[in-house]
Design a protein around this ligand. Structure first.
Ligand SMILES: C[S@@+](CC[C@H](N)C(=O)[O-])C[C@H]1O[C@@H](n2cnc3c(N)ncnc32)[C@H](O)[C@@H]1O
Ligand code: SF4
Length: 453
């Protein structure tokens, strides 16, 4: 399956990761707080909801970080932010249909694990008060294991935590120094053991390739340590170096970064390594044990993609809470104020904190469906498209675009199937590049993205 360096360089053009379609750079102020409130009130009765709550604070800055977060040494701003988020939760809870139920809760960041045990209780209680939680609902959190204490793990467990996603990135000391994230295997293992001892069975670990001073050997050795922790899922993301958007990334010496050919080699070797250790490859960057719900969904064609990446969450509406969080409703996408001060100000006025969004057109829905299925199933299927309820002319338009992709493929990235095409093993690293062929916004898109590999 070897690809020439020239081909890798040509194929790995910068394209979006398609955690949504249309992608966030196309959101605009055309979606107002009033419009979003209307969308919430118009949700169908008995809607299944998913809640994403964003905590944009960390106590130290990792230089690779691409997340929406702020460094704070004092807890004061975090407590004040939480007061606002609790108000927002109460307000949004009054707008959704009263018989809707929440099936997934995700606390992301930043580092929601820096909340005090009292604030963990407060946030969880506010959620229970404002929404009807389905019995057995999923409650996941992104964990920065550094310095996490027993009291916080206890607080999360007593509030019904079911899933943890632990940030590792890389265990090599030189790489850790270059990204300003010092984290030992031992302290990570203590946190994994701590959550398991509290009955949390579902565990994901995040690791990165393409980091400064990372070599194939160092990456595989990190992955051996990750595998030793026996997570159910592993997310292996390619480091997105976008210093024009995240200025602190310029702390990373660009000369120490693996080039696109080395990144490709790292991603593929890492994938083979994880597969050899019993993980199934899911989409572009996830791995899961065969019995894990993500692997089951991938096999059954029910995998979904949202802002957190690959998921089994099939809720009709994903509601974003907290600064910068993005929601996905049947009517379209909404994003809250990104700056925490503006977010807090809006909520304290008793307002919804929407900053921007995008109302979906019929064509957006069509292309969104095609891109999501391609990112999840690694295939385009005319039959599946037709049974998803799109019109004959819409299906014909997508089939024609799919046929053009097949006809123009000179690299063996796609192969014909009875009703469309599938991505080959050779083409898998370039899945985003193939998906981008269905993106009607891309030619006009001025946003700069990270490398596809
Ligand atoms: C918001 S962080 C939450 C976890 C927690 N704050 C931590 O770092 O342990 C989620 C994940 O995003 C990934 N990530 C952050 N910056 C990235 C970047 N520039 N490129 C690719 N992945 C990135 C990391 O793997 C990280 O674990
Ligand atoms: S990677 Fe995680 S801990 Fe590090 S700065 Fe970003 S959000 Fe905070």
């Amino acid at each position: 399956m070897s690809l020439s360096p020239d081909l890798i360089r040509t194929a790995a053009v910068a394209v979006p990761r398609y955690t949504s379609y249309p992608t966030a750079p196309h959101f605009s102020a055309a979606v107002t707080p009033q419009e979003y409130a209307g969308w919430l009130m118009d949700l169908p009765e008995k809607s299944r909801l998913s809640l994403y709550m964003h905590v944009p604070f960390c106590d130290t800055l990792c230089w690779f970080c691409g997340c929406n977060t702020k460094i704070t040494r004092q807890y004061g701003p975090v407590g004040a932010y939480l007061d606002a988020m609790i108000k927002e939760i109460a307000l949004v809870g009054t707008l959704v249909p009263s018989d809707s139920t929440v099936h997934h809760i995700h606390w992301g960041g930043g580092s929601p694990t820096l909340l005090t045990p009292e604030d963990i209780d407060r946030l969880a209680a506010a959620t229970r008060e404002a929404f009807r939680l389905a019995p057995g609902h999923d409650f996941a959190i992104e964990v920065d294991p550094r310095g996490l204490d027993e009291a916080r793990m206890d607080a999360l467990a007593r509030n019904g935590l079911t899933r943890v996603s632990i940030g590792v990135q890389d265990f090599d000391p030189e790489v850790q120094q270059a990204i300003n994230r010092i984290q030992s295997f031992e302290e990570t293992k203590a946190i994994v053991d701590g959550f398991r001892a509290r009955g949390i069975r579902s565990l994901n670990i995040d690791a990165l390739y393409g980091l400064p001073y990372q070599t194939l050997e160092r990456l595989l050795s990190t992955l051996d340590q990750v595998v030793a922790l026996a997570p159910d899922r592993i997310a292996l993301f390619g480091y997105a170096h976008v210093p024009w958007m995240k200025r602190h990334q310029s702390m990373i010496n660009e000369e120490s970064l693996p080039d696109v050919v080395a990144r490709h080699e790292q991603a593929e070797a890492a994938a083979s390594h994880l597969v050899a250790h019993g993980y199934e490859r899911i989409g572009i960057d996830h791995f899961a044990r065969s019995g894990d719900s993500l692997a089951v969904a991938a096999r059954e064609g029910t995998l979904r993609r949202n802002f957190q990446g690959y998921t089994v969450d099939g809720a009709e509406a994903l509601i974003g809470l907290g600064a910068s969080s993005i929601g996905a409703l049947p009517q379209g996408y909404v994003q809250n104020q990104t700056a925490t001060a503006r977010y807090i100000w809006a909520v304290e006025q008793g307002k919804i904190a929407t900053e921007k969004g995008l109302a979906l057109s019929d064509e957006d829905r069509l292309r969104r469906w095609v891109i999501e299925r391609l990112m999840c199933d690694l295939a385009f299927s005319r039959d599946a498209l037709a049974s998803a309820g799109f019109s004959t002319s819409q299906c014909a338009a997508m089939a024609a675009e799919a046929a053009a992709i097949l006809a123009e493929d000179s690299h063996g990235f796609v192969e014909e199937t009875p009703d469309g095409f599938r991505i080959t093993d050779r083409g898998r690293p370039f899945l985003r590049t193939v998906a981008a062929r269905f993106d009607a916004y891309l030619p006009a898109n001025k946003a700069r993205h990270s490398l596809a590999v």
